[in-house]
Write a protein that binds this ligand. Structure first.
Ligand code: NAD
Length: 338
């Protein structure tokens, strides 16, 4: 039986990862630790409540005492660490919580992983730690690209990456770091570009686009991300960093236009808004190292986007309450307001 601690498993990718693993393996036990911040929408796990392979514990990963109690109660073979403050706009408005969760929270987990001698600490990072690429080149981020984060979110993730590396180099903690490109798919919180666009269009509202919309992102379906993490846990070489992506570079405006086409919306639903501070212009990820190890993605961007649009059409009950009613929570929704 493989015992896995998943942090941030109520969020978008962590949540999909739990579904992905429970669908495939009967020889695993998952404990999901999540603080249930504004981004944690627990209703996504309704169908696995009561599953004997799954336990949920509400806790803050930066609370050492609470986390120690959890480590005493359950013993873990693997830690898959997703929990983070993840929205760049929010980090620009107030970086402090990003340092608390992304840096201190990661250090608390690393310390406990060391104390309790886990078999692997799988750290979920981002390609944003590499900074940005020039439009004019065909250059891509490799695992050797120096880290050069440009906003408080990516700086906090880079700091966490360095801590993970340091725990491996200093104490011999078995670790892997996965750096993926932008994810999309089911259950993504409505403030991110793809769900924001779909849900606003389904409500007949205009879609805000930063600057000229020519920023390039490299899109990865979250199920491909989950399969890559599962693959790295089992096959990754101790101490190594792996980029995850599938060569789907698109400008933001192209993505929005493709969604408008799928929803058969007429022109006129785009509203250009002032660009984000320190907005990275292009991300593109080189995944040769992971492909050479034997992993391949299964989604094309077109198929994945079509499926995602259908998912949001069929799951209004999941996203509508969080979008406009806010459930009395003032912390909800930066850009997706009425
Ligand atoms: P998310 O914002 O949807 O979910 C984050 C989860 O972490 C939430 O459930 C939240 O409640 C929980 N959390 C936040 N602070 C916590 C704390 N102090 N203690 C315990 N739980 C806490 O994020 P996501 O999009 O699922 O991203 C997951 C990971 O993947 C993050 O580490 C992020 O940096 C990384 N990542 C995401 C993307 C993307 O496109 N979404 C791309 C690259 C990397």
């Amino acid at each position: 039986m493989m015992r896995i601690l998943v942090t941030g498993g109520v969020g978008f990718i962590g949540g999909n990862f739990i579904h992905y693993m429970l669908d495939r393996y009967s020889d695993i036990q998952i404990v999901n630790v999540d603080a249930l911040t504004y981004a944690g929408e627990i209703t996504k796990h309704k169908h696995i409540e009561g599953n004997p392979q799954y336990t949920f514990v509400q806790a803050d990963i930066s609370d050492k005492q609470a986390m120690d109690t959890i480590f005493q109660l359950y013993s873990f073979d693997y830690i898959v660490h997703f929990a983070a403050e993840s929205h760049v706009d929010r980090s620009i408005a107030d970086p402090s919580i990003f340092l608390q969760t992304n840096v201190i929270g990661t250090q608390v987990l690393l310390e406990l992983a060391k104390e309790y001698a886990v078999e692997k600490f799988m750290h979920i990072s981002t390609d944003e730690v590499y900074g940005e690429l020039d439009f004019a080149t065909k250059e891509t981020f490799t695992e050797q690209t120096p880290l050069a984060p440009n906003n408080p979110y990516s700086a906090s993730k880079a700091a966490a990456d360095f801590l993970v590396r340091a725990y491996h180099e200093t104490y011999g903690l078995p670790v892997n770091i996965a750096r993926c490109s932008n994810n999309y798919g089911p259950y993504q919180f409505v403030e991110k570009l793809i769900p924001l666009t779909i849900t606003r269009l389904l409500k007949g509202k205009k879609v805000p686009i930063y600057g000229n919309g020519k920023q390039i992102r490299d899109w990865l379906h979250c199920y491909d991300h989950c399969s890559a993490i599962d693959f790295i846990i089992r096959n990754g070489k101790n101490g190594e960093v792996y980029n995850i992506g599938c060569q789907n570079e698109r400008t933001n405006i192209e993505v929005v236009q493709q969604i408008m086409k799928l929803l058969e919306m007429p022109e006129g639903y785009i509203q250009f808004v002032p660009d984000r501070l320190g907005h990275d212009q292009r991300y593109a990820i080189n995944t040769t190292k992971l492909y050479n190890l034997g992993w391949k993605p299964s989604y094309t961007f077109e198929a994945g986007l079509n499926e995602t649009v259908q998912w949001y059409i069929e799951h209004r009950d999941w996203w509508e309450p969080m979008m406009w009613q806010k459930n009395g929570r003032k912390d909800r929704d930066v850009r997706n307001e009425e």
